[in-house]
Design a protein around this ligand. Structure first.
Ligand code: URA
Ligand code: SF4
Length: 253
């Protein structure tokens, strides 16, 4: 089979998978298939052997047994994340709080209920078209910010989730997620000089997934900040409207 034929089959299978998983055709890196060797060539059987397949379930299982940083010692449940496997939007928070730690699910406490309302106001939900994840998967004690070393240790899980999910847009909730991910946009790990969320929010950035693919990224206020400061609701709503317009322009919801 020629490389071109293999590419056609692979893209058909990928498109079918996207349709079955919710209907959004995710961007993909260019396929790189080689033509088969000549019949009779001894090495032909090994062609196409790929590096190990990653999966959301595999990541979740590894997260639940992870001891990659000190947070494993105080967690009740790790919180890998949840949502659809082919999301329009990947929402990234900072880390589990008490409710998330006891349930093993992201954003289920007060802030989570507000997050669901915010997403719902523009036609988004974790059941239909979003995936919800966090920078760190285990609860920092007393709800403190994750330490740089904790975020760094946990980063490969989020990076693998992003590569698998390929959302149309990444939405960072609050300062920690925005600084972490935007640090990577600049080619540097986050937490050099954390920038206030008020200065980062409301603009579109490009998050580089690989040399061939980047994903638009928008940051806004964390829902728990909105619970403490009513004045932030209006600018947060402006950000959500930008997100809604972006989704409408890029193929709808
Ligand atoms: N706050 C977060 O940042 N993440 C959660 O999952 C819950 C609260
Ligand atoms: Fe592992 Fe991340 Fe939990 Fe640390 S926060 S123990 S790196 S899953």
């Amino acid at each position: 089979m020629t490389g071109e034929q293999k590419t056609a089959i692979a893209s058909f299978l990928d498109l079918s998978a996207d349709c079955l998983a919710g209907g959004y055709a995710r961007p993909r890196e260019p396929y790189r298939f080689e033509d088969d060797r000549e019949p009779g060539d001894a090495g032909a059987g090994a062609a196409g052997t790929e590096a190990g397949e990653d999966s959301l379930e595999g990541i979740a299982a590894q997260v639940r047994s992870c001891r990659g940083c000190g947070l494993w010692g105080t967690r009740t449940n790790a919180v890998p994340g949840e949502g659809v496997s082919s999301p329009l939007v990947l929402v990234i928070g900072e880390g589990p709080g008490a409710d998330e730690d006891s349930s093993g699910r992201p954003f289920v406490g007060k802030a989570g209920q507000l997050l669901d309302k915010m997403l719902g106001s523009i036609g988004l939900s974790r059941e239909r078209n979003c995936f919800i994840a966090n920078v760190v998967k285990c609860r920092p004690p007393e709800n403190r910010d994750p330490l740089p070393g904790e975020a760094e240790a946990c980063a490969p899980f989020l990076a693998r989730q992003i590569r698998l999910l390929r959302p149309r847009l990444i939405l960072c909730m609050g300062k920690v997620a925005a600084n972490r991910l935007l640090g990577e946009c600049n080619g540097l790990p986050g937490f050099r000089e954390p920038e206030a969320i008020g200065r980062l929010r409301g603009r579109f950035y490009d998050y580089p997934v690989s040399p061939d693919l980047s994903i638009p990224l928008l940051a806004t206020y964390h829902p728990s900040a909105l619970l403490h400061n009513e004045d932030l609701k209006r600018p947060a709503w402006e950000d959500l409207k930008k997100l809604r317009a972006f989704l409408a322009e890029t193929g709808g919801i």
